[in-house]
Design a protein around this ligand. Structure first.
Ligand code: FAD
Ligand code: EPU
Length: 342
């Protein structure tokens, strides 16, 4: 396997931030993942997994071996009249896999169409969109322990999935390389289309009883309209998580701000829309030099060209402070930050 040193990461993150990694490699098998781990150990470098860099802020030089994985496809583990169980390799492109699954007549992932990134990254933050989260499909996650090189298998419950969270962002943060995910999909069409903007899109298309393909197409249309394409306006999707607050906090806020969107959760807490809070605090469309808050979606920070990770984080800090001063709500960043400015 080829390991390159001092590699530019600009084309390997969707924010197009310029940074360098001490070393970079792509593994074409699990054996190569272990080979990379051994190489890094001998060099005294930590190993960090890198997918498509769509949820990462590179703040400067990354003193690590960044390990990418080639897509090695997927295999059917078992199938019955209602379900199919699959093992999907970590390096596969997520959206491509969603499209292929739909083509095979395996349903469930339609709401998660067009999310950038790899299959291996999907369990890390438990990707979610339009009322569906990845965890609902997971049977197990296969990984290699970065320190020992041992294989791990985590069942769904062991992954401790939650909204934009999992054990891979907690106890196992940067300690394992996910190599494959076992998932179960339905062979019988089942659709979830209650999410307001998805329901509105289907209604506008005159589709009263949507098939999975209708949901897939509607999600692709809504996303394409609402979220900027990183190829033209480099971004990392939502820059902040939607805050989940106690019901009493939400009640107090809706008293002061009658239009505030609120989403009651199963545990009695209430999810707020970070985009709404940021927009109301006056940041939507804000632009300073090469960086800004997207004019169409206040949760998306954009690098219009030449901005650095450190500058982006400084701007994000101002947004957090302003939302905190206006609403008393602490926003938490969604993307992971790697590297230090020189
Ligand atoms: P990267 O950004 O490369 O990595 C993200 C984190 O996962 C890093 O900490 C990395 O070390 C770790 N990681 C990656 N691969 C592995 C692995 N194999 N083993 C261990 N750790 C690993 N997310 C949503 O949930 N819903 C959305 O609707 C959504 N929309 C988006 C829209 C846009 C335009 C963009 C740019 C991003 C969006 N995202 C969304 C965020 C992003 O697409 C997801 O978080 C995605 O899963 C990241 O995949 P990636 O391969 O790019 O991971
Ligand atoms: N809104 C505003 N101003 C804006 C944008 C949105 O007030 O500029 C309001 C909308 O009117 C709506 C609410 O905020 O009432 C929610 O907006 P939207 O449906 O666009 O969803 P979101 O909460 O901003 C979340 C995810 C997205 C995911 C969509 C669809 C988080 C942090 N973000 O965004 O995920 O695609 O829902 O399910 O949970 C990502 O994680 O990168 C991402 C894009």
């Amino acid at each position: 396997m080829q390991i390159s040193r001092s590699e530019s990461l600009k084309s390997l993150n969707t924010l197009a931030l310029e940074a360098r990694a001490a070393a970079l490699t792509t593994a074409a098998s699990e054996a190569e993942v272990r080979e990379a781990l051994r190489w890094a150990k001998a060099e005294g470098l930590p190993v960090l997994a890198l997918g498509e860099g769509s949820n990462i802020v590179f703040a400067g030089e990354v003193e690590a071996l960044l390990l990418r994985q080639q897509g090695l496809g997927w295999e059917v583990l078992s199938q019955d009249e209602a379900h199919v169980r699959l093992r999907v390799s970590a390096g596969e492109d997520w959206h491509n896999f969603v499209r292929e699954a739909l083509g095979e007549g395996w349903y469930g992932l339609e709401n998660l169409a067009l999310i950038p990134g790899t299959v291996g990254a999907a369990p890390i933050q438990n990707i979610g969109a339009y009322g569906v989260e990845f965890e609902r499909f997971v049977l197990a996650v296969h990984a290699v322990d970065s320190a020992s090189g041992e294989s791990l298998r985590l069942g769904r419950d062991e992954c401790r999935f939650a909204y934009r969270d999992s054990i891979f962002k907690g106890e196992l943060r940067d300690r394992v390389i996910v190599t494959a995910v076992d998932i179960q999909l339905s062979t019988r069409p089942q659709v979830h289309c209650e999410y307001p903007s998805l329901a509105a899109e289907l209604c506008q298309r005159g589709i009263a009883r949507p098939a999975p393909l209708d949901v897939f197409e509607a999600v692709v249309a809504v996303r394409s309209r609402r979220l900027p394409d990183p190829a033209r306006e480099p971004n990392a999707g939502s820059f902040f998580k939607n805050p989940v607050v106690p019901a009493a906090t939400a009640t107090a806020l809706s008293g002061r701000y009658p239009g505030i969107p609120e989403y009651p959760q199963a545990d009695g807490q209430v999810k707020l829309a970070a985009a709404w809070l940021i927009e109301q605090a006056g940041w939507k469309g804000f632009r300073e030099g090469p960086l800004g808050i997207h004019p169409e979606h206040a949760l998306v920070m954009v690098n219009y060209g030449g901005g650095t990770g450190a500058e982006l984080l400084a701007l994000a800090g101002r947004v957090v402070q302003s939302v905190s001063e206006t609403f008393g709500i602490a926003l938490e960043m969604e993307p992971r930050v790697y590297g230090q400015p020189r």
